[in-house]
Design a binder for this molecule. Structure first.
Ligand code: ZN
Length: 231
């Protein structure tokens, strides 16, 4: 079912040649999402990875596993990394040097499986990094949405608003996240940072119609819509 390595596409239809080698994801970056799953607020960001087998296009639709329990949607803003970021290089760079573009990702999560893994103190890999676990929208250049404090996102399913959030509600803001990640993990050009999900995560069903929106200064900059099918 997976094709070649996924290439990020811009909203104007062009390709920047970016192929993510990984996505570094942040768990529990919005306080209300942590509490809705009865998790404590973290003292440091929780990091995990999505691998290249997870990246697929969000629109016109994406597949979810069947017979694996609940598959939750976690809509998140992704940062597309422009150049190699190391702990050494990071302090000399501006955010515009670091981030090429911004878009939306679904951190699909097999929630029942994740709860089993947590109980056994095992890594979340099989709940978070299965084939197709990271549908991606197109993106817009960072220059076109550089006041990141105004970013927002929303996710509708069958016309109902399920998730809605603002970057100003994050526990760790955009520059802080990058700084924390590169202390231990070098980011390559084309890599993604998934910045966490606001509250409202729920199971997806085959046949659902979804609409994901990225807002900059209250204006929609990226909209990705389509249908959920079975993998
Ligand atoms: Zn997530």
């Amino acid at each position: 079912m997976l094709k070649d390595r996924f290439t990020i596409q811009y909203s104007d239809g062009s390709f920047g040649g970016y192929q993510p080698s990984k996505a570094v994801c942040i768990g529990r970056n919005y306080a209300k999402h942590a509490t809705e799953l009865n998790n404590p607020l973290p003292k440091k960001p929780i990091l995990f990875l999505k691998t290249p087998n997870t990246f697929v296009s969000m629109s016109p639709g994406f597949g979810i596993p069947v017979d694996c329990g609940a598959c939750h949607h976690e809509l998140e803003i992704y940062l597309l990394i422009r150049q190699r970021l190391t702990f050494k290089s990071f302090s000399t760079l501006t955010l515009n040097d670091c981030i090429a573009a911004v878009g939306l990702a679904l951190d699909l999560t097999l929630r029942d499986r994740q709860n089993e893994l947590k109980q056994r103190s095992e890594p979340w890999t099989l709940a978070k990094a299965f084939d197709g676990a990271c549908p991606l929208s197109t993106c817009v250049e960072f220059e076109q949405c550089s006041s990141w404090q105004s970013w927002g996102l929303s996710f509708e399913v069958n016309g109902d608003l399920r998730q809605s959030g603002k970057v100003c509600d994050m526990l760790w803001c955009i520059p802080a996240l990058l700084e924390i990640i590169v202390q231990d993990i070098t980011l390559e050009p084309g890599d993604l940072v998934l910045t966490g999900t606001p509250e409202g995560v729920q199971p997806l069903q085959v046949g659902d119609h979804f609409r994901a929106t990225f807002l900059h200064e209250d204006e929609p900059k990226v909209i990705s819509a389509g249908k959920v099918f079975s993998n």
